[in-house]
Design a protein around this ligand. Structure first.
Ligand code: PLP
Length: 385
């Protein structure tokens, strides 16, 4: 489709602050520009664009013919809820691996839907204990599915989704993954991890605008899910059947979001797919970690647990450090960060994802350095200099 070409990366062409957050994120001008049209939902061009988007999302997960992408209008949580309530049958029981807010949210969704759960919870800075996971699977044959969060955005921890998948497969369980904040940047092979479903959304590492979630489903699991759903709008089987029959959404699709996602996916391909996108984010993350360390900030996570998505930093242990002033000052200088949501530590988060590169990461670090100076907080590197 003749949409506008990608522009030079990392310019704040709109004058908006850069979003160093877990999402929504900074998008390119060309992604925003793709929305300067109105599309009928039955328009043949729109239907073709939507079809291409769904196929490419499946390809990113290396789904092949065994998998199919089912989109869900709404934010990422809509897709998580659609996945859990459509693929887990009423008599199912899910082992939910929790080490942050998104694991807890999945548990809450299952509780509301009346699905039984077993929870294995670890601290926000600790991955699941695989020995304990295996012990639970061994002693609880009634478990039908395992649910895991790929990158738990609460802390930025990377959970061992491959190892969890191997255990789920060994014990004959279905496997459901919330890869919302990692999809497109951290490799995830649906067939290799033997996932029943992987869910993500338009506005995280794919760098589209918010408004569409999607679930990449193993066809066999999706076909077996008829009648499971607890709601009409979040029924993945019904949504998928309708696409098979008509190529169309059952209810009004977010047309602008989908056309912008199509543009974002073209830019994703131009950047080199998962290795390219992930490479830029890893570089962003390294610049952030090194630069913040030089200013005296300690990350929450051990290096081997840190996903290149978002970094949690401890608050500075200095009475002159005032987080609200820090937050407001950064915003004034063009960078939005995120307060922490942790129970284990007083913290804040800075993201590495979205349309950000070296220039923006260094810009954010310059702003942090200046604010520390304004607040009279002397960082270790300044003292040493
Ligand atoms: C962002 C995110 C979600 C979805 O959040 P929404 O606000 O509904 O888009 C779900 N899981 C994880 C791990 C996330 O990072």
């Amino acid at each position: 489709m003749p949409l506008s070409k990608p522009t030079a990366p990392f310019a704040s062409e709109t004058g908006d602050p850069f979003l160093l957050t877990p999402g929504p994120l900074t998008t390119s001008r060309s992604v925003k520009a793709a929305m300067l049209h109105d599309w009928g939902s039955r328009d043949a061009n729109f239907i073709a664009i939507n079809k291409a988007v769904l196929a490419q999302l499946c390809e990113i997960a290396n789904g092949g013919e065994d998998y199919v992408t089912v989109p869900v209008q709404g934010s990422g949580t809509f897709a998580v809820e659609a996945m859990l309530t459509s693929l887990v049958p009423p008599k199912g029981k899910v082992l939910v691996l929790v080490n942050g807010a998104y694991g807890l949210r999945a548990k809450r969704i299952l509780d509301i839907a009346g699905r039984k759960t077993v929870v294995h919870q670890t601290a926000e800075d600790a991955p699941p204990d695989l020995k304990k996971v295996e012990a639970i699977l061994k002693r609880t044959p009634s478990i039908t599915h395992v649910f895991a969060v790929h990158c738990e955005t609460t802390s930025g921890i990377l959970n061992p989704v491959e190892e969890i998948g191997a255990l789920a497969a060994q014990y004959g369980k279905g496997y459901l993954i919330d890869s919302m904040s990692a999809f497109g940047a951290v490799p995830l092979d649906a067939r290799a991890v033997r996932a029943d479903a992987i869910t993500a959304s338009s506005n995280k590492c794919i760098e589209g605008v918010p408004g569409l979630g999607f679930v990449i489903c193993r066809r066999a699991a999706l076909e077996a899910s008829q009648g499971n759903a607890t709601t009409l709008v979040l029924d993945l089987h019904d949504q998928w059947s309708n696409f098979e029959k008509t190529g169309q959404y059952r209810f009004t699709p977010p047309t602008h979001v989908i056309v912008a996602l199509h543009q974002a996916l073209q830019e994703f391909t131009t950047e080199g797919g998962v290795p390219g996108r992930g490479g830029r984010y890893r570089n962003n993350c390294r610049i952030l970690l090194d630069g913040m360390a030089a200013l005296g900030f300690k990350p929450l996570l051990a290096a081997e647990l840190q996903a290149p998505i978002i970094v949690t930093f401890h608050m500075l242990d200095d009475p002159r450090f005032d987080f609200q002033r820090f937050y407001d000052g950064l915003k004034e200088r063009g960078f939005v960060i995120y307060p922490g949501k942790l129970t284990v530590a007083d913290s804040f988060r800075m993201g590495c994802i979205g349309r950000l590169g070296e220039r923006e990461m260094h810009g954010a670090l310059d702003a942090v350095r200046e604010l520390l100076r304004v607040m009279g907080v002397s960082a270790p590197s300044t003292q040493a200099a």
